[in-house]
Write a new protein. Structure first.
Length: 331
């Protein structure tokens, strides 16, 4: 039996609050995707749960690294199907829509081994239509599914302060998922039905991209006008221009020691993944006939940044270097 998190009120859509203190029938926990985010998330979930813990990743190195870091025994599965046959809760954290489809519906995928009544929590950021389709297939197989994309970056994953935006078929599914998500994050919010979590995530990431570009431009301008970057940042962060991109992940190296920019733009949210997310935004805007001006510009900028081999795998704050001239190839 999983040791449930202590009772804590979590916000839900419509002002309703749900507690993670409800009893749960969950047994073994399976985790698929041990990348930069998944490794830290799985570590918190495993350390705060009494249930057997099973992991799978295509990278044997990622699996070995996680098992070596675990405080107690962690089992490794040979495929998503094998993991699903042994787990009653399955968390997936994967890069793109194609990876999620493969993990769930491909050969050796979760649906080949899924147990009736199992709960699948997908914390990937993918196309809303793909998320809904995969969730519906899980439900048709007699299991439960929620989409629960995340915000907070690598630092949030390390500190277990992530925000989970959840889409679920019912409040009961949300309640069950919350017991596990609360061990990996600080805020768990039900956004609506299936796919609603994905919709909230891409809206958030569009604004994040826009604010990072704006912060980078403001910092670049100020420095060219002779301002010390630390002084300028302190002014912005105590004034109306303050945002997460300025006060937590400032893109200028040295301004915030803990920010990826001060670590060679490593250990953060990769520029190519931001470009991927903005592609999802563009697709959703087209489908919903929503006009985008700044969102479209941010999409264009990050597509160029992601095409630079020296910047694609760096934190998305590297857009500061691209705007300042850097080593990027201008399209």
């Amino acid at each position: 039996m999983v040791l449930l998190a202590r009772a804590r009120a979590l916000p839900a859509i419509g002002g309703r609050r749900l507690s993670t203190a409800a009893s749960s029938p969950d047994g073994a926990i399976g985790f698929i995707g041990l990348g930069q985010m998944g490794h830290h998330m799985a570590k918190h979930l495993q350390s705060k749960s009494d249930a057997p813990f099973i992991v799978y990743d295509k990278s044997a190195e990622a699996v070995a690294r996680f098992r070596a870091a675990a405080g107690r025994q962690v089992e490794a599965a040979g495929s998503p199907a094998e993991l699903a046959s042994r787990a009653s809760v399955i968390v997936t954290v994967l890069p793109e829509s194609a990876h999620v489809r493969e993990a769930y519906t491909g050969s050796g995928g979760i649906l080949e081994g899924i147990r009736r009544g199992a709960l699948c929590i997908d914390s990937s950021t993918i196309d809303t239509s793909v998320s809904i389709d995969v969730s519906q297939q899980v439900i048709a197989a007699g299991a439960q599914a929620v989409d629960a994309p995340i915000s907070g970056g690598i630092m949030g994953a390390q500190a277990a302060t992530l925000t989970f935006m959840v889409g679920s078929q019912s409040a009961g599914d949300f309640e069950r998922a919350s017991a596990h998500l609360a061990k990996m994050g600080k805020n768990v919010v039900r956004c609506g039905g299936l796919g609603a979590g994905q919709a909230a995530k891409i809206c958030n990431n569009m604004l994040l991209a826009i604010s990072m570009i704006g912060t980078a431009e403001a910092m670049n301008l100020g420095m060219r006008l002779g301002l010390d970057p630390a002084v300028l940042a302190s002014i912005i962060n105590t004034s109306s221009g303050r945002c997460w991109a300025s006060d937590t992940a400032n893109p200028v190296p040295g301004v915030i020691p803990a920010a990826p920019s001060s670590k060679g733009y490593s250990g953060g949210f990769k520029a190519r993944l931001m470009a991927k997310d903005l592609g999802l935004v563009a697709s959703a805007a087209k489908d919903s006939r929503t006009p985008l001006l700044l969102g479209a510009l941010a999409d264009n900028i990050y597509r160029h940044v992601a095409q630079d081999p020296g910047m694609a795998d760096q934190d998305f704050g590297v857009v500061y270097q691209w705007l300042a001239g850097g080593t990027a190839k201008r399209g």
